[in-house]
Design a binder for this molecule. Structure first.
Ligand SMILES: [Zn+2]
Length: 452
């Protein structure tokens, strides 16, 4: 090496060494770590921007743009049980794994939370008397359904609520599922899930704005998605309707719990009670959509039972607890109560029933609020008159197909003109967008004027 190169080379080595030392010293907790988290999160947040949910039959793709919402490592952890297959499945409803997949660590660690008294003291907003939209049938219900899987989701939702209220939204259904730091059943809790403190923050904001807030746990069905079994049946496999069958959930839509297993309800009721308390809620949504595994021959309790009777029993069990014991209003999805054939086969076996559950409609209390979801365009939606004609209060529900939403809202208003049981309309996004973008949901923006 010629001498004239030595000094530059030595200088270069020194500079490089200094840079390496500086970089190494900050990589553990400085920008490098945060950048890594953001990079990973960007990958994982693709899960909240699903395209066409092919398994939700006929639902149109919204092709939503990728959001760049900052996501913390907590959010990443929340998604870690979601498999690549889930991602590739490309279903909006696969986002429901947020409500099902719980980090294993959550089952052994307990969340550190302030006492309820401390939380109450922290929340500065005055608690106002909650209004219940539609309860007196004087105002139309305009709802938004979303999920909150952790405290970041909660913060985003809170940040959206002024805008939603300004648009006219007066009902928010918050699907939480097992993504809560349950104290009553730490074995089912999500360590990174929603906390009591943030549930109370959402509640306080809702009360401030006069928005009815309805927490939700998917009951009976939707206990798995793709290869991933949800928290309840992972922890308590003996609750499964099809114990030991369908390895890796191959060949089924979603697992169900057994409606005749008497050990299930005490557990679920504890979870319901915690969410009702955390949200200080006057109502609860039990899900119960798209239940396909019910009354299976493999279940020694249910074998040979009428599926309508079994479904009605489950509805009545939850009703007796929620309405009878807790004094709250019960909401549920309506598809299992719709006789698909009697409605002219205009719906399919997802948004109406062809598996015998529909006879439950005559075996359950009429004061349950039914959410009648249909996401495909139809010129008319006969289920609205069908359900309200049976004496139920009905809220119709749309997704990303704006033409379908327009038609459904027209149907809603038409039937509502002569039947006050039709309370209004609720938008769903199935997590195509993050909670801080809810007020800009395209379907809402395009159609909410029809409701006001
Ligand atoms: Zn069973």
């Amino acid at each position: 090496m010629k001498k004239k190169f030595i000094i530059p080379v030595i200088s270069g080595i020194l500079v490089l060494g200094i840079l390496l030392v500086i970089g190494f010293s900050i990589s553990g907790k400085g920008w490098f770590a945060k950048k890594s988290a953001v990079t990973s999160a960007t990958t994982d947040t693709s899960l909240t921007n699903k395209d066409n949910p092919s398994t939700v039959s006929g639902t149109e793709s919204s092709n939503s743009a990728q959001t760049d919402t900052p996501v913390t490592t907590n959010t990443i952890s929340n998604f870690k049980d979601i498999t690549q297959k889930d991602i590739e499945a490309g279903s909006a409803e696969s986002n429901r794994m947020e409500a099902l997949a719980t980090p294993q660590a959550a089952k052994t660690e307990s969340a550190q939370e302030p006492t309820p008294q401390a939380v109450e003291a922290e929340i500065s907003q005055p608690i106002q008397v909650q209004t219940v939209p539609g309860a007196d049938n004087t105002g139309i219900v305009i709802g938004m359904h979303t999920a909150v899987t952790n405290n970041d989701d909660a913060t985003q939702l809170i940040n959206s609520m002024d805008g939603l209220a300004q648009e006219g939204v007066n009902l928010i259904v918050v699907e939480v599922g097992y993504n809560y730091r349950y104290k009553s059943h730490p074995e089912l809790a999500s360590y990174y899930g929603l906390s009591y403190k943030y549930a109370r923050k959402i509640s306080a904001k809702a009360k401030e704005l006069g928005i009815e807030l309805v927490p939700e746990i998917d009951c009976l069905g939707h206990q798995s998605w793709a290869e991933t079994t949800g928290t309840l049946l992972s922890v308590y496999p003996q609750f499964d309707e099809t114990i030991g069958l369908y390895p890796s959930n191959t060949g089924i839509y979603c697992r169900s719990w057994c409606p005749l297993n008497t050990d299930v309800n005490p557990v679920i009721f504890d979870l319901m009670d915690e969410l009702i308390d955390a949200f200080d809620a006057d109502a609860f949504h039990v899900g119960m959509d798209e239940v396909f595994l019910i009354g299976e021959d493999s279940c020694p309790r249910c074998k040979g039972s009428d599926k309508g009777v079994l479904f009605a029993k489950a509805v009545n069990d939850y009703y007796n607890h929620l309405v009878g014991e807790k004094g709250v209003t019960m909401y549920m999805w309506a598809d299992r109560l719709l006789n698909g054939a009697a409605l002219g086969d205009v719906y399919d076996d997802y948004d109406s029933s062809y598996n015998g559950t529909y006879t439950a409609i005559d075996q359950i209390p009429k004061d349950i609020i039914l959410m009648d979801w249909h996401y495909n365009y139809l010129p008319e939606f006969p289920s609205v008159a069908y359900l309200s004609g049976h004496g139920f209060k009905v809220i119709t529900s749309s997704y990303s197909n704006v033409d379908a939403a327009i038609s459904m809202i027209n149907e809603t208003l038409k039937i509502r003109a002569n039947n006050s049981n039709v309370l209004g309309h609720c938008y769903t996004t199935w997590y195509d967008i993050s909670n801080d973008q809810l007020a800009g949901w395209q379907t809402l923006v395009s159609t909410i004027g029809m409701l006001k």
